[in-house]
Design a protein around this ligand. Structure first.
Ligand code: ZN
Length: 134
């Protein structure tokens, strides 16, 4: 793994949270993007080399809806940049980690992503992400 790519925060109301975080950071988000397959709408803020992703559920079955129901709003996941996501998935499987996605899927912000199961990482939901190169 190369570095922390972003930290994901689950929110109930993306518009309201965009305002809160824009005030906090002193700058606006640089994109809003829906990820249909995950049932989420996201926004991204850039702070130097780091990014913050806000996630709002767009359906009741969304993992974000379930997370907020159980734990309330707050830090949802930490995403790490990897250069080859297939290799990283294979490596982590061999090391005994449980993956939610064994095959990478299309994520927000031009990424291929896979989540690890938090049961194998001390309760922390970890996202692997590989930048899609054009
Ligand atoms: Zn993320």
């Amino acid at each position: 793994m190369k570095k922390i790519e972003h930290i994901g925060i689950a929110v109930k109301d993306l518009d309201a949270s965009n305002e809160i975080f824009a005030t906090l950071f002193g700058k606006q988000h640089y994109k809003i993007e829906a990820v249909e397959s995950e049932g989420v709408k996201t926004s991204f803020f850039k702070l130097g080399p780091n990014k913050i992703e806000l996630l709002q559920a767009t359906s009741k079955d969304s993992p974000i809806a379930k997370f907020i129901e159980k734990k309330g709003e707050g830090v949802h996941h930490i995403a790490f940049a990897v250069s080859n996501i297939e290799n990283e998935i294979e490596r982590l499987k061999k090391e005994g980690f449980k993956l939610i996605h064994e095959v990478p899927k299309k994520g927000a912000d031009n990424k291929r992503i896979a989540f690890l199961h938090p049961k194998s990482t001390n309760g922390v939901l970890i996202e692997l992400c590989e930048e899609i190169k054009h």
